[in-house]
Ligand binder design. Structure first.
Ligand code: ADP
Length: 249
């Protein structure tokens, strides 16, 4: 009998900031290959939980497992190396480099020998071909050779998505992928996340319930650092405690 594997599992996960519990006894199960949303009112602990999962914050109590392996207390680089990539809400791109160059650099950085001054034409062609694919995948082919500084906001976020995909992670943590976007960019991003999620596990935070409903297989609702509800989108949105939490915001 094969049970679906868990990509991420937390048990009793806590984070305290000088006695204040920002994340409180969280048991989270993220199934391999699923798209899992974290939602909740401002201050619910979503960002803190993300920071714990990626190792950017140390755990106060409890444990985190990645594909059954205990990763509690590992440094962010180690966790990244084990296949967890995360995007940030703030875009930090090099204004003068093109989207293609960004992705090529990300791909080169992922190789075992990292960045090198010299590479064979063959390997450069391989990076270039893969970078072309990724740029195409996120819909930036027409802008591939323009400086990133001229990209519109939604296009910068799409480039960011290509950069995290270049890391070829098993688990992708997306922090508000549609924050600050208009309707068109939101719909494009939903499609993009779907495409990028093929063959991997995605955990994302988003305030836009249209995005959550369109993408998430499972939803975990946080309030005051604790899990308030967990289930499919339809299950949690009908949950009275969830309705109350949102009305009370
Ligand atoms: P969300 O992302 O759901 O809006 P956060 O994880 O950012 O929530 O914050 C959860 C709570 O923890 C908030 O009350 C916030 O003020 C607090 N908090 C977050 N980071 C820190 C920190 N570094 N020091 C003290 N308190 C923090």
């Amino acid at each position: 009998v094969s049970t679906p594997q868990l990509a991420l599992q937390t048990r009793g996960l806590c984070k305290e900031f000088r006695g204040f519990r920002a994340v409180s006894s969280v048991d989270l199960d993220v199934h391999e290959g699923s798209i899992h949303a974290l939602v909740g009112p401002n201050g619910a602990g979503k960002t803190t939980l993300f920071n714990l999962l990626s190792g950017f914050l140390s755990v106060s109590e409890g444990s985190i497992e990645l594909f059954g392996r205990d990763i509690t207390g590992l440094a962010p680089e180690r966790i990244a190396h084990l296949g967890v990539a995360r995007s940030f809400q703030i875009t930090s791109l090099f204004e003068h480099l093109t989207p293609l160059e960004h992705v090529e650099l990300a791909l080169q950085g992922m190789t075992r020998d990292g960045y090198r001054f010299w590479r064979s034409d063959r390997s450069l062609r391989r990076f270039r071909a893969r970078a072309d694919e990724l740029i195409e995948e996120v819909g930036l082919a027409a802008l591939a050779d323009r400086p990133a500084g001229v990209l519109a906001y939604g296009q910068k976020r799409a480039l960011e998505m290509a950069l995290v995909a270049a890391l070829n992670p098993k688990v992708l943590l997306l922090d508000e992928p549609t924050a600050g976007m208009g309707v068109e960019d939101v719909d494009r991003t939903i499609e993009l996340v779907r495409r990028i999620s093929q063959g991997r596990t995605v955990v994302f935070v988003d305030h836009n319930m249209h995005v959550v409903g369109s993408l998430a297989d499972r939803v975990t609702v946080l309030q005051s650092g604790a899990v308030l509800a967990e289930g499919t989108y339809d299950e949690v949105r009908r949950d009275e405690r969830v309705v109350t939490a949102y009305l009370g915001e």
